[in-house]
Design a protein around this ligand. Structure first.
Ligand SMILES: Nc1ncnc2c1ncn2[C@@H]1O[C@H](COP(=O)(O)OP(=O)(O)OP(=O)(O)O)[C@@H](O)[C@H]1O
Length: 580
């Protein structure tokens, strides 16, 4: 149950709502019991009074009928209040849960979150958090309400006759404790499996939808559809098992409530005959006992779901409490105008990939306001080096400096302000062109947006659009061409105006003409900045200050493109194959 504790603690700020929700629940149930018990008493008292004319004339029908009406009104109002208040508490808890989850995963982005499939994360954020809201409304509140009501009724029975209270308590404990615990025990593994299967099904569906175009090109839709159907069948099978447990436990609760009413009648009858109380009180006791079992009716289903709730809590904690690989200091490092970059004996291996290193003892200096190109075969570690400079990860050994200060000394805001990353994978949000630009500079005015568009050579394109900057870009920029999307990302980078640029194959996938024009634009904007440019295009390599050739995580040669091309056979060969 430990996995639930962090979430129970989240209820603390909303304790007032929780308290009143539970209080309204208790009031409603007591009104329900009162209604049935007084109605029972009223009917039998009327019947008894009807036996003699004198008693019938003396019989006060007004007080009990007012009582019945009073309890009925109280029950309705109480139920309404209980629903409103408990839902308010639940929604507040949900909001706290979402904030908590976001706050715990945000420091893990982007490095640690790569481990999770996007559908899986979405599922945890939406479904697991929604499942956890059942914890209060379905489990905690009804348990407290049932316990409080049972104590109230037990106390009353004790006052009438202790034997009644003892028998009632025993049967109530069987129904309210044993059956929910049994349901929990039986439902736990199935609930956990349901939660896991639902997560997998949703992740797979998201992936299938994202890859629909490829699935249809390769004719794999039918096969994937069959796989999803098989997953749905497995899920249905599990849900059927849950339904059987739930039906069984409801039937047992009903049985126990009937038994308790019979036992109460059996014990109270001789007491009534002995004159301990009048005959109509017999009906009051029997109906009261019967109505009290209403409080335990929702418990088996709630405890049966506990497995599902615990699995959801476990899945959230697994993501939320994963170690944060990169921790930024709160205190800012002293600012320096020096924007030189130094990699000193940097070694790095991805977490979870054993001792295999992707970067091996790299020394690299990028003087301020100059650009170094990284060239190398696929998988040689170029992007990893760029991500290390962006501090998505920290090196295992060695250090990376900007202006002589270790990256680890900069606060997050300080470092992010210094660096812009323009990559082929940069994300275009499903929003307007304007919104995509404002991500970099939320307060930029029209003139600044216009200037960035002009410098990225996108102004003409935007002017030709009927909605201009308010044009929707589509999912991942699907309504833009590759070149337009890159220019939009470049305009965004220009708006940020960071002094250090990391460019990770920004022209990849563009045709020759677009690539040349895009490279031209980049270099026109690179002047005065320090840059790390991952590229293998000749037009970029001939314009940077230095080229470093990377193989298997090692820098094997550095120099001008012309010199390396003339003197380094492997570089010559690599560039030759790239150009061809
Ligand atoms: N998140 C990750 N977790 C584990 N291994 C990774 C991860 N990202 C990259 N790698 C591995 O690290 C190695 C270097 O990858 P990297 O992306 O840095 O190469 P690259 O030189 O940029 O390649 P490319 O030119 O194809 O983009 C590769 O073997 C890759 O499989």
């Amino acid at each position: 149950m430990n996995e639930l504790l962090p979430f129970i603690r989240l209820l603390h700020p909303h304790r007032i709502w929780v308290f009143w929700g539970i209080a309204a629940g208790i009031l409603t149930l007591l009104a329900s019991i009162g209604l049935l018990a007084v109605s029972g008493w009223f009917l039998s008292a009327s019947a008894v009074a009807g036996l003699s004319l004198v008693a019938a004339q003396r019989f006060d029908i007004h007080t009990p009928s007012a009582g019945v009406r009073g309890f009925a009104v109280l029950r309705t109002v109480g139920r309404y209040a209980e629903r409103v208040i408990s839902h308010e508490a639940t929604l507040r808890l949900l909001a706290s849960l979402r904030v908590w989850f976001y706050q715990t995963i945000e420091p893990q982005a982007p490095a640690s979150l790569y481990r999770h499939r996007s559908g899986d994360l979405l599922n945890r954020i939406v479904t697991d958090i929604d499942t956890l809201d059942l914890l209060f409304v379905r489990v905690l509140a009804p348990t407290v309400v049932a316990a409080a009501v049972a104590m109230a009724v037990g106390g009353l029975l004790w006052w009438l006759a202790p034997s009644l209270a003892v028998v009632f308590s025993l049967i109530f404990l069987l129904a309210g404790l044993l059956i929910p615990l049994l349901a929990e025990r039986l439902g736990r593994p199935i609930g956990a499996q349901i939660q896991q299967h639902q997560g997998e099904l949703r992740s797979n569906l998201v992936e299938d939808l994202q890859g629909m175009a490829d699935l249809s090109v390769y004719g794999a839709q039918h096969r994937r559809c069959q796989e999803r159907l098989a997953e749905c069948d497995r899920l249905l099978g599990l849900q059927e098992k849950m339904a059987v447990i739930s039906g069984g436990s409801t039937a047992h609760i009903t049985l126990f409530s009937g038994l308790a009413a019979l036992a109460a009648l059996y014990l109270a009858l001789p007491l009534a005959q002995d004159g301990h109380f009048s005959e109509p009180v017999l009906a009051l006791i029997t109906f009261g006992v019967l109505a009290t079992f209403e409080s335990v009716q929702p418990l088996p289903l709630a405890y049966q779901m506990l497995g599902k709730i615990r699995a959801a809590a476990g899945r959230l904690i697994e993501v939320g409490e994963a170690p944060v690989t990169v921790v930024f200091p709160d205190v800012r490092a002293p600012e320096s105008v020096d924007l030189s970059i130094d990699f000193q004996k940097v070694c790095f291996g991805y977490p979870g990939s054993g001792t295999a290193r992707v970067i091996e003892s790299i020394d690299l200096s990028i003087p301020a306001q100059s650009t170094v190109a990284l060239v190398g075969p696929s998988g040689s570690g170029k992007t990893t080096l760029a991500h290390l400079l962006s501090r998505f990860w920290d090196p295992d050994h060695g250090s990376i400096m900007i202006g002589g200060t270790d990256l680890r000394r900069f606060s997050e805001e300080q470092l992010r302000r210094k660096i812009t990353l323009v990559s082929q994978r940069a994300h275009v949000f499903n929003a307007t062109l304007r919104d995509n630009l404002l991500i970099a500079a939320p307060h930029a005015d029209e003139a600044q947006l216009r200037k960035a568009l002009e410098r990225a050579q996108l102004a003409e394109f935007v002017d030709g659009l009927p909605d201009g900057l308010d044009t929707w870009t589509g999912e991942g920029g699907s309504q833009l061409s590759g070149g337009e999307a890159r220019r939009l990302i470049l305009a965004r980078a220009l708006l940020k105006n960071a002094p250090i640029w990391i460019l990770d194959e920004p022209t990849e996938g563009l045709d020759n003409d677009n690539r040349r024009r895009f490279t031209e634009t980049i270099f026109a904007n690179l002047s005065g900045r320090s840059g790390l440019f991952i590229t293998h295009t000749r037009e970029a390599l001939t314009r940077v200050n230095q080229v470093c050739f990377l193989e298997n995580g090692h820098i094997v040669a550095c120099g001008s493109h012309e010199r390396l091309f003339a003197e380094n056979r492997r570089y010559h060969h690599f560039i030759g194959t790239q150009q061809s």
